[in-house]
Design a protein around this ligand. Sequence first.
Ligand SMILES: *Cc1c(COP(=O)(O)O)cnc(C)c1O
Length: 508
Amino acid sequence: MTTADDLFLGTDAGNDAYRKAVSRASEAVVEAFADEATPYSGASPGSHDDRFAAVDPLPDEGQSLAETVEEVGDRVLSESVGVSDPECVAHLHCPPLVPALAAETAIAATNQSLDSWDQSPAATHVERRMVERLCELFGYGPGGDGVFTSGGTQSNFQALLLARNRFARERLGRRVKESGLPHRAKSMRLLCSDAAHFTAEQAAAHLGLGENAVVTVPTDDEYRMDPEALDATLADLRERDRDPFALVGTAGTTDFGSIDPLDALADRAEAHDCWFHVDAAYGGALALSETHRGKLAGIERADSLAVDFHKLFYQPISCGALLLGDGDDFDLIRRSAAYLNPEEADLDAPNLVSKSVQTTRRFDALKPYVTFRTLGRERLAELVESTLELADDAAALLADAPDFELLNDPTLNAVVFRYRPEGGRAGGGRGDPRSDDAERVGRLNAAIREALLRNGDAVVGRTEVDGRTCLKLTLLNPKTTVEDVAGILDAVRNRARTIEVAETALRR
Ligand SMILES: *Cc1c(COP(=O)(O)O)cnc(C)c1O
């Protein structure tokens, strides 16, 4: 036996070590993570710093894997945020499905790389088939195509990269890939709603257009882009000789889960010859559900759409896709490298590198493949539907509680609210953000969230409405019940009272 024999797959010793290692790791996950009673230990950033300061991550001599796994169980797994805990409801951060975890194990061990066919022969075709099926799910025609991405950030960036290049080529006669930005790029404008994800601005910055190229369109009282406001914005841009080149609609805003009127947006994009991108990172999962897919009507008219599987499709991070209505648009960024996809490459052996902004790329498509084949669309849809029902129940609880103020009527499963002991229902709406009271309530809610996390009671989200902090339940977990939600609200009340008592004592 050479010294590497039990370190790699492919020998009896290596295969045996692999089985033991995987089973050891999964035991540690169950014991130190999955069986935890609270969503978080409550440990502070400082205490994590101290704990890891004592460890040398690159010692001269190692130890047994058993020792390392045990150490990781104690120091890392048990101190992780409990994404599978019913009271972990802060972010679009899902509990991963067990079939997907099995797929993840196979993805790591087979280590296929999706950039070239010779590094991922079967995997390339699984991804292509998966993309084809996803295009069909979202209503794209046979010309559709797509690629798996690391998530919404990458999908949105790549979509806007294609949009920029198409506009420059078709309208300004400039090939940006070869020649860089045209002079007139200074007047290019990207439109999205004021509730859109920050990655629209980030992409504009990366694309050399600058964040100021993003023009936000006002939303209605349900945080959806207002088509009339969009018309006014477009007219204003034309008047000032600006070039609106892309319109981003959001299907599931990160804070409120609201869905822009996609059909109305598609009409405007068409009329103004803009690239229409739909950021469905969050809401894309509604396409699975016969009951809810109508909320995405118009998405099939998008030039591109972003969907995240590591949110409402319950896949482990990372897993997303960018889909295009017309796959030929990938030509706008295509390049060839002699070692991966030379110009004369055999077309029967597709090299997906030409569709991606990544080179070496994970076989993430296997996760939804294994999940979908195992659960089927209907069962997956039921999981998603149950969380939308829970969000409605949670909103009803909040609306009935005199000490809470409900701030949205949930479209997906995000519920935004404030603890507001004196008159939660006063005025009913967003309240007057300028008053001292609003200021105080904002501070109190920020402190409540912090206290819940530090005490390990619940992990709830925060955001701002009218410039003031509010709390948010992102009810992604199908195991969370309305009783869990009631328990979280009680924990909010209890923390709030403790904070208020402490503040009163300080003032004395
Ligand atoms: C999460 C999210 C993103 C960012 O996606 P990542 O997967 O985190 O990169 C973009 N847009 C929306 C609407 C999102 O919810």
